[in-house]
Structures are given as structure tokens and as C-alpha cells.
Ligand binder design. Structure first.
Ligand code: UD1
Length: 417
């Protein structure tokens, strides 16, 4: 299995380019199923998760061509309605096919995604939304079996802000008869992006960027060409790399407006940030100040950057507290960071991080996607050599991370074990 080897590389410099957003492309691929014909997605990165989703779409009868940085999806022949366990268990976002299958084929069998390393992750909100739109749902042999001869507009109240449930419900509601009003929707940029793509296809959704979305059902949608938004989590990971460096770096092709919560915390930690259009230059502080962080829904601090920010705090001049209200158990990286001589202890679901003078390299293991990015960042500042194994997690969501960081002067390479 591949490993990433990193040698201490604190003096990064230069520009690093952000790729298209994984969490926008995954729903975009499902959205493409709603309109017979060929949709084209551009600014698409090379990620394992996208290959898994492409595999699933092909199983359902779509034709998917995944090229260097674009993907075409022709869903004219969509005909199978079952998302099998082998594919869904690899990637939770496969559950996104539920809404489109119901809308187009009137029936869907989607394997239950189950939990993952960052905690239990139910899909009850997705199912409640489909039921509100008139689907009958049965759970059978580990599969969600959903049926609806006709989806009908309805009021949907989400108990919790959920990116996945908001997007799944949107995909079902756009082709439902009548009006749907959805309350307490997620407002993440990837939800806005999905609204934009659906509206471009002929859907009638209003309320973008607010907690209430209204959808007037239409009879059909047409395929579109859509450019993916920049990956705010990849951009944020690189900004934190800049904050850990001893010299400035510039993150290019990003959308600073999507990263305000992180940028505010980086400023509190002592960084200077120079924002110019779609570029952000991070000027690191001489001494990193301790900053408390609570991960909450957008526009608050993202859970997907919590592990990476924790790495920055391991070298802060004092103690910080990190909490995650979205995935309260998402702290698998703590034990691995302590192997790198960080001083972090858990107080219930809060990570209390006592800043240390330096981290030390060691062999560590990636446990999930964002935790692995955190270990790579820690490897950049740890003295000596750090080896991160199980890096397939990182390839799920980061496009050639070692090449990109290598371009900043980091001593990082991949080893095929
Ligand atoms: C998406 C992102 C993921 C990110 C997360 C939170 C994708 C492919 N993944 O995941 O990277 O970490 O948003 O920003 O876009 N919940 C329920 N019932 C449900 C659905 C969710 O209780 O039916 C809970 C979850 O356990 C969690 C919270 O709602 O506590 C938010 O989860 P959600 O926004 O749905 O996350 P995902 O869409 O799965």
C-alpha cells in the first residue's frame, strides 16, 4: 500500500493552485442523472471518490467519461435503480442517487451507507424528506427501498442542518408536482452550487443561500455544462500549511468568500492574509497564538478543517480548545498527532491542545480523509521524517497533494510499498 514520506519542510514558498470541489462534483454527478442527455462538468480533479461515483453511475446505466479535468455524464439510458452495498460502503455520498432515481425511475434501492471513522452518520433526514414528497420507504436487507408513482410538492422541515439531505431533497423536489418548501436547509457553498446547476437545467428554485428554499416542480430538465467551484477545504488546508510555514505562500484559484470563518481564525492566530481576487497570500506569524474553535454549519468554521486547524494549534504559544458540533467524535487524529509529540488531551468531546515547541516525526496512520491531511501538515513541521500510511484516504479527496505541496518546496514523496 502507498505511503507518503515527509521530511521537515518549514520554509514553504510560492503559489499553490486549488482544484474543483469534491463535495460539489459528487452531487453534480447525481444531478446529471435528472436530465436525459449529456451533461458536462469542468474543473474536475482526479480523485478516488469521483471514480467510485462514476462506477456507481455506470452501474445505473449512465455513460460516464472522466477525462483529465472534465467529466461527461449521459444519463439517457438510466435504467437500473439499485445502488449496491459494495459501492455505497466505499463512499457515503452514493446516497445522493436516491433522489434522482426516485424522480426519474419512481423506485430506488440504495444500500444503507452505515457509519464511518468520523462517527455514526444517519440518513434519517434524507428518508423523511423523500417520505414528505410522497415516497414510501421500507428498509429491507440493509437496503433503503423507496417508491413513488408520483412525487408531490410538500413542506419539509429539517430537524438539523444537513448538506446531504438538503441536496437529496432538492433533487427529488425539482421534478415533483407542485410546490415544495424546505425549512432549516444547509447553506454550504456546495448547496448553492447545486441550486445553480439545477436552475441552469430548468428547475425553479428560489431562496438560494438562505435556510428556506422554495421549489416549483417542473416536468423535465435539460442537460448542461457546469464549471465546478473551487474546493474550499483543499484551499483551507493549504492556507493552514502557509500558517505553519516560516515564509508566505499564495493559495490561488480559490473563493475567499467561502473561507471567511477560517480566515478569521487564522488572523486571530497571528497570520496576515492578503486577499486579491481568487488568491490569498498567507503571511505566517512569528509566534502562533492559541485560538479556540467550534466547528458548526456554514458560514461557521467547517468540520472538514477542524483536524488541520488542530495541527496549527499544536505549535501555538498556549492552550486552545477545539470542539466539533457536527461530528462530535471526529478526533481520531488526536492519538496520531500525539505520536508526533503533540500535547492534546480529550475532555469529553473537546480537544484541549497545549502548544509545544516542536513536533517530532514518526510513523502514523491515516484514519479518514481530513485526518490524513492533518497528518501531512504535521509532517511538514515535525522534526525528522514522518511516514503516513493508509493514504488511500487522502487520495479520496486531495488531487496529487504531494505534487502540489512539493511545488512549494516541501520534501514530500509517495512510496509504493
Ligand atoms: C457533507 C460533506 C462532508 C462534511 C459534512 C458537514 C459531502 C460529500 N460531504 O457530508 O465532507 O463533513 O457535509 O459539513 O458533501 N445527519 C443526521 N441525519 C441525516 C443526515 C445528517 O442526523 O439524515 C447529521 C450528521 O450526522 C451530522 C449533521 O447532520 O451530525 C450534518 O451532516 P451532513 O451535513 O448531512 O453531512 P454530509 O452531507 O454527510
Amino acid at each position: 500500500m502507498d505511503r507518503i514520506i515527509i521530511e521537515e519542510s518549514r520554509n514553504l514558498s510560492g503559489n499553490i493552485k486549488v482544484s474543483g470541489a469534491k463535495n460539489a462534483i459528487l452531487p453534480a454527478m447525481a444531478v446529471a442523472l435528472l436530465a436525459p442527455g449529456k451533461s458536462l462538468l469542468t474543473n474536475v480533479p482526479n480523485l478516488i471518490d469521483l471514480k467510485s461515483m462514476a462506477h456507481l453511475l455506470r452501474v445505473l446505466g449512465a455513460r460516464v467519461d472522466y477525462d483529465v479535468d472534465s467529466m461527461s455524464i449521459d444519463s439517457s439510458d438510466l435504467c437500473f435503480n439499485e445502488a449496491p452495498y459494495e459501492l455505497v460502503s466505499k463512499m457515503r455520498a452514493s446516497v445522493y442517487v436516491l433522489g434522482p432515481l426516485l424522480a426519474r425511475l419512481k423506485e430506488a434501492r440504495v444500500s444503507f451507507p452505515g457509519g464511518c471513522a468520523i462517527g455514526t452518520r444517519p440518513v434519517d433526514l434524507h428518508l423523511k424528506a423523500m417520505e414528505a414528497l410522497g415516497a414510501t420507504i421500507n428498509i429491507d436487507q440493509g437496503y433503503i427501498h423507496a417508491k413513488a408513482d408520483e412525487l408531490k410538492g410538500a413542506d419539509i422541515h429539517f430537524d438539523k442542518s444537513s448538506v446531504g439531505a438538503t441536496i437529496n431533497a432538492l433533487m427529488a423536489a425539482v421534478l415533483a408536482k407542485g410546490t415544495t418548501r424546505m425549512f432549516n436547509c444547509a447553506k454550504e457553498p456546495e448547496v448553492d452550487f447545486t441550486v445553480d446547476m439545477l436552475n441552469k437545467m430548468g428547475a425553479k428554485i428560489t431562496g438560494r443561500s438562505t435556510k428556506t428554499l422554495t421549489i416549483e416542480g417542473v416536468d423535465s430538465l435539460y442537460p448542461v455544462k457546469m464549471e465546478m467551484i473551487p474546493d474550499r477545504i483543499e484551499a483551507g488546508t493549504f492556507m493552514i500549511a502557509g500558517a505553519l510555514s516560516t515564509s508566505p505562500i499564495t493559495v490561488t484559484n480559490c473563493e475567499p468568500a467561502h473561507l471567511e470563518a477560517l480566515m478569521e481564525k487564522l488572523r486571530e492566530a497571528g497570520c496576515e492574509l492578503i486577499v486579491e481576487g481568487s488568491s490569498v497570500t498567507v503571511v505566517p506569524p512569528k509566534k502562533i497564538k492559541p485560538v479556540d474553535v467550534v466547528a458548526v454549519p456554514h458560514p461557521g468554521f467547517p468540520t472538514d478543517l477542524q483536524a488541520q486547524f488542530t495541527v496549527l494549534m499544536t505549535l501555538a504559544d498556549g492552550t486552545s480548545r477545539i470542539e466539533d458540533t457536527i461530528f462530535p467524535e471526529r478526533f481520531m487524529h488526536v492519538a496520531e498527532l500525539n505520536r508526533l509529540q503533540a500535547d492534546i488531551r480529550m475532555e469529553g468531546n473537546v480537544a484541549v491542545v497545549n502548544g509545544v515547541e516542536a513536533l517530532g516525526g514518526a510513523e502514523v496512520m491515516a484514519t479518514d480523509l481530513r485526518a490524513s491531511a492533518a497528518l501531512v501538515l504535521a509532517g511538514l513541521v515535525a522534526k525528522g521524517k514522518t511516514t503516513v500510511s493508509r493514504i488511500y484516504h487522502i487520495d479520496r479527496g486531495y488531487d496529487r497533494i504531494e505534487e502540489k505541496l512539493g511545488g512549494l518546496g516541501a520534501k514530500i514523496y509517495r512510496e509504493n510499498a
